[in-house]
Write a protein that binds this ligand. Sequence first.
Ligand code: PLP
Length: 485
Amino acid sequence: MPHPLQAERSSLPRDPAEAVAALEAVLEQARNYLRDLDGAPVRRADSDEAARRARGAFPEEGDGTQETLRALFEIADGARVASSGPRFFHWVIGGTTPAALAADWLTSLVDQNAGGWHASPLATELETVSIDWLLDLFGLPSSWSGVLVTGGTMANFTGLAAGRRWCASRNGVDVEQQGLAGMPQIPVLSSGLVHVSAVKSLGMLGLGRATPTICSADAAGRIDLARMERELKALDGTPAIIIGNAGEVNAGEFDPIADLAELAERYGSWLHVDGAFGLFAGASPRTRHLLDGIEGAHSVSSDGHKWLNVPYDCGFTFVRESSLLGEAFFAGAAYLPESEEDRPNYGYMAPEISRRARSLAVWATLKAYGREGYREIVERCLDNAAHVARLVEEAPDLELLAPAGFNIVCFRYRPDGVPDEELDALNLEIEQRVLTDGRVYVGTTRRAGIVGFRPAFVNWRTTKEDAGLVVEVVRDLGQQIRGAL
Ligand SMILES: *Cc1c(COP(=O)(O)O)cnc(C)c1O
């Protein structure tokens, strides 16, 4: 038996024709997938069983490239969730524009390490240009700098790490060098809109998940500015981190960023703004005002794999003072070249040293569709949300749970004759059925203690009809459940 690496059916032959044939097989899949995506079920009812077909003993000898790909295509066909399709409204998940998708394939083809200039002038320069264009798209000052990371969580981590360094240095501590042990707790303040990933980041940074003082005025978590000011005053000059929330996940609400910037300025605090999807408000004149005052922030995070519609994974952190990222994430070793003017090493300004060249997809989609294209994507999503909110208001058995002013609509099924205390369970039961129904994908949340659906619109492909289907499906499944009682 020849060793698989030499055999014709080998899994890793050196002949480039084998890789090309494999890519052609994927292209064939792409042709079918993209053709059917608009109409395909979001998730197949037997997706769990399909996924488990990947199990089995680790093969002694590989099955070879083509045979393995055939098996993978079959598993993928049954077990994938069409989250890049137009009827997926769960969480906040974007699709992929054609330019981003193709550039992402190219990223794997040329397999660059975006850690440093000499590892890839291509990835590095495209990252610099992408950051500049993104600052422009969002209306952030062009003097700021930034880095690409893996998503909103790491973008929060990175911005908060810069804030941690800034606060610690005001206590006379070089925190990356000395650690946190010798210094007082860094206070953190936010509203109840704060995202779990920011809290998780505080844990990863050693600042503590339980540290934030949450200043909420109501059960929905909206900010109590007067309380936040009292808390800041009581700190008596101790440098603190304020986390502002531009777009929260239950109903798309925003903290008043300008007020937070003013507080940060007055009390000497670091303002980090989580704009995972909300930062895209800056791409449309209709919503730009939601970000008023953001130039007064010190760090801002956002996501690429949500509203930018680039493939997983991608996020970005922007900072006002560029030196802080280099100080927080510096890595020096004899075999690692130093950064030079105009030849930066992003691996020393971000958590990861070796990095995927995410800049290819970001640069390509921004270049392909431009400011106008992104204004159109954002406004289409805003229109879809407004359309769904209208349908909810018109339906006798649906109830809006929050004003729908952005891209998320928070509502619940509330037919006549169901006691209030049974509504949470009823809506959760509808959600369970939605997940395998296939027509749309949408999840629930608990806002101000009440269970409701929260479709989020960030996919560039979603039409008004696609969006309206969410209302139809929730009512339909609700009626099915009630009819079966
Ligand atoms: C999605 C999201 C995050 C986390 O982003 P990931 O890309 O999932 O890591 C952070 N903040 C907000 C407001 C989000 O919507």
